[in-house]
Design a protein around this ligand. Structure first.
Ligand code: NAP
Length: 287
């Protein structure tokens, strides 16, 4: 392997330590302790682990946790009612509705009911609009984590050719908007993109957010490019990303591993967003 490894673990630990220190200072200065409410509907084991990890991370940095684990047979109305209560609760600075929800619950509609001031996942239409307009707001955690990694590893974004494979509301679109805000020249690819490998080879910064194990090959990577693999795919061979790591690491200049790259950054950004939301609710604006 010739590429430098972009290691998300120390970077995320550093972000967490910064958030913990900021919370301590905020509370010592009379600020209300930030609180994060998680809403989990059903018993999907992966979702339950994600939510537990988020609550644990909150406790470690001094964010008060409010875990709402609802049974799988909860009705849409019950979740709507809970979100309304959390929107009105001053102790709750941020609300996280764990997706996906069970099939009879419309998770995408429920997301729109979260008070944008408490939208620490950055997924409401208001947050998406603020991002698209380049206005201050709460940014989606995984995309913010991608930018955080690129910055901490001094990757030049201004004027860079950035190619994103994937256009989801959760990852691809917000990553594109954030890179545009950093003055990169951005191309967003998807399942209908022609000559995907050739488009990827143009990239100085290549972001894979596809959900297909090892789809992006080393031969798709421009020599020296930075490769960020957002993918998390559970296969018989274990956890793999959307990039074929072994071949890509021979060509790239910098590359994230899976696991241990983007993944750890997501929770760190959630903690940062919860603090930012608490401050904004107290009238302290955060850029
Ligand atoms: P998604 O909603 O399924 O979106 C996948 C995107 O990839 C879509 O835009 C789709 O195009 C595109 N795509 C699918 N097949 C393609 C192909 N053959 N060629 C080109 N584009 C193709 O997935 P997501 O939610 O964005 O997640 C992407 C990956 O990131 C997943 O592995 C997920 O587990 C992972 N993830 C990781 C984190 C983290 O914390 N690290 C957080 C979120 C997600 P169309 O729009 O045309 O269908």
């Amino acid at each position: 392997m010739t590429a430098t490894l972009i290691d998300g673990k120390p970077v995320s630990q550093q972000v967490r330590a910064e958030v913990r220190d900021e919370i301590e200072a905020w509370v010592a200065g009379g600020g209300r302790r930030p609180g994060l409410a998680t809403v989990l509907v059903g018993e999907d084991p992966a979702s339950a682990v994600y939510v537990r990890n988020k609550q644990k991370a909150c406790a470690e940095v001094g964010i008060e946790g409010f875990a709402h684990d609802l049974p799988a047979d909860s009705t849409q109305e019950q979740v709507v009612e809970l979100l309304a209560q959390l929107n009105a609760d001053d102790r709750v600075s941020g609300i996280l509705l764990q997706l996906p929800t069970p099939p009879h619950i419309d998770g995408s509609h429920l997301t729109t009911l979260i008070d944008p001031a408490k939208d620490v996942d950055g997924l409401t239409p208001v947050s998406a609009g603020l991002l698209a307009k380049g206005l201050p707001g709460l940014r989606p955690c995984t995309p913010a984590g991608v930018i955080g990694l690129l910055k901490r590893y001094d990757v030049t974004l201004q004027g860079a050719e950035a190619v994103i494979v994937g256009r989801s509301d959760l990852v691809g679109k917000p990553v594109a908007a954030l890179l545009l805000a950093e003055n990169a020249t951005v191309t967003t690819c998807h399942s209908r993109t022609r000559d995907l490998d050739a488009v990827c080879r143009r990239a100085d910064v290549l972001i894979a957010a596809v959900g297909r194990p090892e789809m992006v090959k080393g031969s798709w990577v421009k020599p020296g490019a930075t490769v960020i693999d957002v993918g998390i795919n559970r296969t018989d061979a274990g956890l793999v990303g959307d990039v074929e790591f072994a071949s890509a690491a021979e060509v790239a200049g910098k590359i994230t591993p899976v696991p241990g790259g983007v993944g750890p950054m997501t929770i760190a950004m959630l903690l940062g967003n919860t603090l930012a939301a608490a401050k904004a609710q107290a009238g302290v604006s955060v850029a």
